[in-house]
Design a protein around this ligand. Structure first.
Ligand code: C2E
Ligand code: MG
Ligand code: MG
Ligand code: MG
Length: 288
């Protein structure tokens, strides 16, 4: 009898494992052909000066439009691409498209891109970025790189020199998802960050009255103390926006302003605002 039960458990277990293995295998193969077929593309999320309500730039968010899997979230394919050593190829593909897209926008609009800790480990990363910037004639001063605190668990000396070479080119560097990792104040002070992005898990809770408001205040005064400007991510409603506005000048992004959208939708949005590169009314409408 016991033997039978064991067999049954086995019979249930094996197809489940097989299914997972097949899924994983499909995803890996899909990422490889996806790179070859250029199935990876940028979406863009608005970044706003919350005081004026004006668009100051966009964060590029990777999407994978796969024939087999539909539009796949980066939360799913980025970790797999990292594991199989293809994150650099995926990232390069979307960044190249983003440079071409962003060149059509008003030149004061910034472009933020997320970079994986694995990419930062590559000693040639800064050179590769420079090569892409030159190839696409995109000004490094418009580019902002977002890295997370997990980058700081790597060899800190290497991270520091990588940051230095990026900054020498004029690229700015933000610390993304701040508050969710384990960076120490000493690390924060010793690295040349240009901006802190408060993780949306803190911001989203602002609409309810609780202790997170004090955490946000703490992060804001930390930013003040370190002389780092702040971006609040995950602003979902007006109540949150008003609460943040009361705390001072910062950038914000979130579903209140809009979901991440494709290049053509961004172009339409910017066209309506007179914020395309070739817009002759641009200067006037932007300063209004
Ligand atoms: P992230 O850099 O912190 O990006 C913010 C994420 O929050 C995005 O999810 C965005 O769509 C979502 N979001 C924005 N506003 C709101 C809001 O108001 N409420 C809620 N609930 N969510 C909001 P997405 O696009 O799924 O990206 C997830 C993560 O994947 C990103 O987090 C980033 O860590 C990573 N990622 C995206 N693109 C790339 C990339 O090109 N390279 C690398 N290495 N990572 C990427
Ligand atoms: Mg980000
Ligand atoms: Mg973030
Ligand atoms: Mg995040």
């Amino acid at each position: 009898h016991a033997k039978n039960q064991g067999k049954n458990r086995h019979a249930w277990f094996e197809p489940e494992m097989e299914r997972k293995l097949r899924y994983r295998h499909d995803m890996e193969a899909g990422i490889r052909t996806g790179i070859a077929n250029r199935e990876f593309l940028p979406f863009y999320e608005q970044q706003i000066d919350i005081e004026t309500g004006m668009i100051v730039g966009f964060e590029m968010l990777a999407r994978w439009r796969s024939e087999q899997h539909g539009v796949v979230s980066p939360e799913i394919f980025i970790p797999i691409a990292e594991e199989i050593g293809l994150i650099g190829a995926v990232s390069e593909q979307i960044i190249e498209q983003a440079f071409e897209d962003a060149k059509e926008w008003a030149p004061e609009l910034t472009l933020s891109v997320n970079i994986s800790p694995i990419q930062l480990r590559d000693p040639w990363f800064a050179q590769k970025m420079l090569k892409l910037l030159v190839a696409h004639n995109f000004p490094p001063q418009r580019l902002e790189i977002e890295i997370t605190e997990s980058c700081l668990h790597e060899n800190l000396g290497q991270v520091r020199s990588m940051m230095a070479s990026l900054k020498n080119q004029g690229i700015r560097i933000s610390l993304d998802d701040f508050g969710t990792g384990y960076s120490s104040l000493a690390q924060l002070r010793s690295l040349p960050f240009d901006r802190l992005k408060i993780d949306r898990s803190f911001v989203g809770e602002l609409s309810r009255e609780n202790a997170n408001e004090k955490l946000i205040d703490a992060i804001i005064s930390l930013g003040d103390g370190l002389d780092l400007p702040i971006t609040a991510e995950g602003i979902e409603d007006n109540k949150i926006l008003q609460a943040l506005r009361a705390k001072g000048r910062m950038k914000g992004q979130g579903y209140l302003y809009g979901r991440p959208e494709e290049a053509h939708a961004v172009r339409e949005r910017l066209g309506a605002l007179g914020l395309l590169k070739l817009d002759s009314n641009r200067a006037e409408s932007h300063s209004r």
